[in-house]
Design a protein around this ligand. Structure first.
Ligand SMILES: [Zn+2]
Length: 267
């Protein structure tokens, strides 16, 4: 039996929500950590909302210490640090939050996609701190690293770049045309020619980012409807109908593909 999550030899059967999965030891740890983190999040948020941010930070640290030995791929470390940054931001400790995100960035625990997400979070903090030029610089570093699984996230960075650039009256460089092209191709957003003039380029970025956001919302809605239908013979034909309807209308290629994939799977 191979692990249904990573393909390595499976060690045991893991009961996850409604399904039983064959998993290897590392994936069992990861699934356990994920579910423990999901369970502790509401407590952290409660502490934070009762204006007790120090207690929320202490609880996050204690949680990480408890599970650190099983955090093989640093998933929990990344998640806890990101959560701590949110807690600090909520408490108005913006430079402390920024410092934390900088530490995450240099700790060597981020993959491409997470690196871009982290750069974007830093840029948002810098914008809040009234430092738009510095925010742009941080986004540029993210965009320079936008290859592999960083490509989809790069659309959000480009959007924020274009928005910040226009807010301080500078142009988005024409050299970003390639980045835009790459992001649009990944998302399956069709456009014949990408303009190289700054305002045309910014418009394409805003339109694409909005198209992706709307399509993502439609896809999540579809997912919820499918989930609410449950399973059974009646549900299965309704599943098909909803998926066919969705995939015939969806204009953003990535989500269309996801729906077609679901259509190919037994309900
Ligand atoms: Zn595995």
């Amino acid at each position: 039996m191979t692990c249904e999550n990573c393909g390595n030899p499976a060690a045991d059967i893991y009961k996850a929500r409604q399904r039983a999965l064959h998993l290897c030891d590392r994936c069992i740890d990861r699934f356990d950590l994920q579910s423990a983190f999901e369970q502790t999040l509401p407590d952290l948020i409660n502490l934070e909302e009762s204006a007790n941010w120090q207690a929320a930070i202490a609880a996050a640290d204690a949680f990480l210490a408890t599970y650190a030995a099983r955090d093989h791929d640093h998933w929990l470390l990344r998640s806890v640090l990101a959560q701590k940054a949110l807690i600090l931001e909520g408490a108005g400790k913006l430079s402390e939050a920024l410092e934390l995100l900088r530490r995450v960035s240099s700790a060597g625990v981020l993959d491409r996609s997470d690196f871009l997400v982290n750069q974007l979070a830093m840029a948002k903090l810098l914008e809040k701190m009234q430092q738009p030029a510095e925010a742009i610089r941080v986004i540029e570093i993210g965009l320079d690293a936008a290859t592999g699984n960083g490509v989809p996230t790069s659309l959000r960075l480009l959007e924020n770049y274009a928005r910040l650039a226009s807010s301080i009256g500078i142009n988005i460089p024409a050299t970003y045309v390639l980045q835009v092209q790459q992001a649009l191709e990944w998302w399956g957003i069709g456009i014949e020619v990408i303009p190289t003039d700054p305002s045309g380029l910014a418009r394409v970025i805003f339109d694409a980012a909005e198209a992706e956001r709307l399509a993502g919302g439609r896809f999540r809605e579809l997912h919820e409807r499918l989930r609410d239908l449950g399973s059974g013979p009646d549900a299965s034909s309704l599943h098909r109908k909803l998926l066919l309807e969705y995939s015939s209308k969806e204009t953003v290629g990535y989500y269309k593909k996801r729906a077609l994939q679901l259509l190919g799977e037994p309900a």
